[in-house]
Design a protein around this ligand. Structure first.
Ligand code: ZN
Length: 221
């Protein structure tokens, strides 16, 4: 834990909601919709050619700040980066390409090599439930959608051994995303977005089947 904001009263909500967007509008690349790119400085990650076979974990972080690390990852002396940030309003930002190795999990334990790291706006200990600063629902939904897309693309299993907290990476000292991250709801949302295309496809097929059956029945009358 760092950043020193451990209580809801120390969070400036206006800044939390707007600061990253100001930075994006000024210096980011709009990819369409609520997706942006804001490339990290190449000194902050290792170029790689990772494919589906190399990636099997997604690591959840909180930025302990307002901008999801956007500007700090531009600083070539930072020595850290993450692939994505999801902002308080649900805006998604890509900072490092999936195939490259971002330095987000710490240490030399191999987690960086096999994972994709996602930062979230907010503070691990200040986003307490039933306060005005509790984890943003649009951010959680957007993040779940992003994780579902990545899990499908890279074959990451939808369980807590493969979708993990930074705190759960062996041998490091970070505690994010902290005790208030709503893991049960978040994992349910990830599964919903993951299976939704199949559910909708099956529902569509059932609907067509029902329609054809009805037509046949009518003709027989
Ligand atoms: Zn972290």
């Amino acid at each position: 834990m760092y950043g020193g904001c451990q209580d809801p009263s120390c969070v400036d909500m206006g800044r939390l909601q707007n600061k990253a967007l100001e930075v994006l509008f000024e210096s980011g690349y709009h990819l369409g919709g609520r997706k942006w790119a804001f490339p990290a400085d190449p000194a902050n990650y290792r170029e790689g050619r990772r494919t589906r076979d190399d990636i099997d974990q997604i690591v959840i972080h909180t930025a302990e700040g307002y901008t999801g690390g956007l500007t700090t990852f531009q600083d070539p002396g930072r020595g850290a980066s993450a692939h994505y940030a999801v902002e308080w309003d649900g805006t998604q930002v890509q900072m490092v390409a999936d195939e490259d190795v971002a330095w987000h999990a710490g240490g030399n334990i191999g987690t960086n090599d096999r994972s994709i790291g996602i930062e979230h706006a907010g503070f691990a200990y200040a986003m307490q439930p039933n306060t005005e600063t509790e984890w943003s629902r649009p951010m959680l939904r957007s993040s779940a959608k992003l994780v579902a897309r990545l899990a499908r693309k890279y074959g990451v299993p939808l369980d807590r051994q493969h979708i993990i907290a930074h705190a759960e990476v062996p041998g490091q000292s970070h505690t994010d995303p902290g005790p208030y991250w709503p893991w049960a709801r978040y994992m349910t949302q990830i599964r919903w977005y993951y299976y939704r295309p199949y559910v909708l496809g099956a529902a569509g097929a059932l609907g067509i089947g029902w329609y054809l059956l009805r037509r046949r029945q009518k003709r027989q009358v």
